[in-house]
Each structure stands twice: as structure tokens, then as C-alpha cells.
Design a protein around this ligand. Sequence first.
Ligand code: PEP
Length: 252
Amino acid sequence: MAEKERRLYIAGNWKMHKTSGEARTLAAEVAKAVGGSSRTIMIAPPFTALAAVRDALDSSRVRLGAQNMACEESGAHTGEIAPAMLTDLGVETVILGHSERRAIYGEDDTLINRKVRLARAHGLEVILCVGETIEQREAGEAETVVSSQLEQGLAGVEELSGVVVAYEPVWAIGTGRTASPSDANAMHALIRSNVESWYDRDAAEALIIQYGGSVKPGNAAELLSQQHIDGALVGGASLEADSFVAIVRALE
Ligand code: PEP
């Protein structure tokens, strides 16, 4: 498979924004505007708005995503959401290992790996987020950190179909700073080559690797045209239909 034959995948992470009414309206606007797009598209509202967004997406081709998931099937886990609760609501994809979960809520690679394996066991597509902090980048550790997060996140995952990787340099998230397209592409190439050595060439070539970190309508086309960048995980710009749809439509 030639690299750019991979279908571009644009995902929106709404983080802790939108009541269910607001989410329903935004989801309906997005679904209507992207009807004819050939891209894979996903939106991940807060848990409380999943049902409203599912109803608004109706028969649209936009996938329903969640922003996190528990590491256990069920039980005494106050405040957590089990995989079966997500699939019951029609969720198809779950974002795991987001840097905000790592930094604010102390999620480590072992915990994230448990979630990755559990999500796949439930048939949920996983977007596994990896990325270095600015201190790690300045210390020349970006490649080592990202490779290690990826290796630990994928430990015990035998089959890579159903796994998407999002490279999100922490210093670019919500800051307005983006990695230069060539730096981002170089990290994506490293991720792909790691995956080739751990799995095989076909798995590496088929792997969708999204870039995340201040993706906006103005920079999306240049990022998405890079050889190893197969889509975007979009935070701030996914909160308005116009900007998210402009990113979906970049290069189309
Ligand atoms: C994100 O939250 O995954 C993200 C990339 O956010 P932003 O686009 O706002 O930088």
C-alpha cells in the first residue's frame, strides 16, 4: 500500500466542553457539512453528551468517540466508565493516553496499555496518543520518549487493525504552537518504522498516524500533505463546525 493511499482520518476531541444540548447542535452541523467527504471522521464529546451526539449523528458516517475509558470491565471504580457502557451507547472509538490524562490524572504507560487491550477486546477502535513535553524535546529525548510510550502502550496488542496512533507533542496542544510539518513528519516516520520492526511492513504501512497539536484550518493542508501524516486529532478547532469542517475539507 503506498503511504498516501491511507485514508485521511480527522478526529475532534471536544474535551470538557459542551452541554448535551450544545453538543447535539454541533454534531448535527458537522454531520450535515461533511456528508460528501471521503475522509474518516470522528467526534468525541464528553461522556454526558454521548447519547445526544449519537442521536444527532443518526445515520451519518461520522463516528462516535469517547475521550477515555476505565481499565476494568466493571466493579468498584467510582467515577469511571466501562467499555461495555461505551459500546452500549454506540461508541466506536476511544481516545486513550491523551497527554492531559497523563499529566493531570497521572495515567502511566502501564495503565494506558491495560485500557488499550481492554478497549480492543471490546471491539473499540483505539486512538493511542503519544508525545513528548517541551523539556524532553529540548533535552533531545523526544524520539526516545515517543518510542517508549508507543512500545508500552502497544504491549501485548497482537493485531494492529483497530489501532490508530496520534502523535501529539505536549507543547503544541492548546498553545497555538505546532510542530513544523517536517518535524512532525519525521516523528511519524519513526513511529511507522518502530511499528514495522515490532509487527511487520504491512501493519506499518496500513497504520493511521494522526498529528495533534493546534491543528487549525490555516495549517491543516500543509500538515496533512506530509507523507507520514494520515490525519489530525483536533482539540480547540473542533469546537466550532466551521473550523472543524474546514480541516476535514483541507486538501479535498
Ligand atoms: C488535543 O487535545 O488532542 C489537541 C490536539 O488540542 P488542540 O488542537 O487544541 O491543540
